[in-house]
Write a protein that binds this ligand. Structure first.
Ligand SMILES: [Mn+2]
Length: 334
């Protein structure tokens, strides 16, 4: 079997300036892998810059700031001209799917430069001159780590930190089933290279805004368990936002908290707008009830396990309609 790393290494070696991009709404793996690849290219004397299809999330911005990584934020504006001057290679990490790369396909169609894809996801379109897709890898960070090692890049503490961030993000700090023995061996290497794991843990898991936790407290306080505790319904009101100083973004993880309860099959969160607009409903399911189908009856949508919908009524009416529909849907379960 031919070595899938070699064509990528050869392609990158020939480049003078590489544009590294990743999926929209980048997570720790996307940003850590992007940063590690850029640092590795730099170590080889190759310029590199990042193209982000969404704003750089505050939570992970340290990885770019500390390593002085230049990035274009296309949510602000696409670099003009595109591709940026001097760039002669495109590397995509942690995705290979066009729908996760909005705006990119049409912009690179006529661009002759070599394009490489480095990913660990099953869902992929077959594009790019060279593709390194290893679905057994827990994170794109594992693949980038191995690539840099094979290329002879010394894994310095900053590179190891990027790779560690990438890998812990996709494995829930090595808790998820995708963690394999190799993942832990790599992590051990990266620790030896100088990763400050305690600092990373605090940055990732002990770094919430107080406003967010205060809002979660109020949300949990509103929790009602229905249908033999199979359905959880929570509400956050305008007053909750005002009292806690939290923003709409701060509701992000709240919906997942009732899912920790063994009996809970579906978690729903109604959220009243801070200014004006509809009541937004988020839905999560452990799999027995399809939330995309459920949301569709109210004109909403999403995925089987995570969906959303909106009500243009007052909160009490929205809640009643939602609960009635959830109980009806749950009655089809045994
Ligand atoms: Mn990933």
């Amino acid at each position: 079997m031919s070595d899938p790393f070699q064509p990528i290494i050869e392609t990158l070696s020939r480049a003078k300036r590489v544009l590294v991009t990743t999926h929209v709404r980048p997570d720790g793996d996307a940003l850590g892998s992007t940063a590690a690849l850029i640092l590795g290219l730099r170590a080889k004397g190759i310029d590199a810059e990042a193209l982000l299809l969404s704003h750089l999330p505050k939570k992970y911005s340290f990885i770019f700031t500390e390593n002085k990584i230049v990035h274009h934020d296309v949510e602000q504006e696409w670099p003009e001209p595109f591709p940026p001057k001097g760039v002669d290679c495109l590397a995509v990490v942690d995705t290979g799917t066009w729908s996760q790369l909005p705006g990119l396909q049409e912009r690179i169609e006529t661009w002759a430069a070599p394009k490489v894809v480095i990913d660990h996801h099953l869902t992929q379109e077959k594009w790019g001159d060279h593709r390194l897709v290893l679905t057994q890898a827990a994170a794109a960070g594992e693949i980038v780590g191995e690539l840099l090692q094979r290329w002879g890049v010394t894994i310095t503490a900053p590179i190891a930190t990027c790779l560690f961030l990438a890998t812990v993000s996709d494995t829930g700090w090595f808790q998820f089933a995708n963690t394999r023995p190799y993942t832990l061996r790599l992590a051990a290497d990266w620790m030896e290279a100088g990763v400050d794991t305690d600092r990373l843990y605090q940055l990732l898991y002990q770094n919430e805004r107080a406003e967010r936790i205060l809002l979660q407290t109020r949300g949990l306080d509103s929790m009602e368990l229905l249908d033999n505790k199979r359905i959880s319904v929570m509400t956050v009101t305008k007053a909750d936002f005002q009292t806690t100083g939290a923003s709409v973004n701060d509701t992000e993880n709240l919906i997942n908290l009732p899912m920790q309860i063994a009996s809970v099959e579906v978690s729903a969160l109604l959220s009243e707008p801070i200014d004006s607009g509809p009541i937004r409903v988020s839905l999560r399911s452990k799999g027995k009830l399809n939330m995309a189908t459920f949301a569709a009856q109210f004109g909403g949508g999403g995925h089987a396990r995570a969906a959303g919908l909106k009500f243009s009524t007052d909160l009490a009416t929205a809640r009643k309609q939602l609960v009635d529909a959830l109980l009806a849907a749950a009655s089809t379960l045994k």
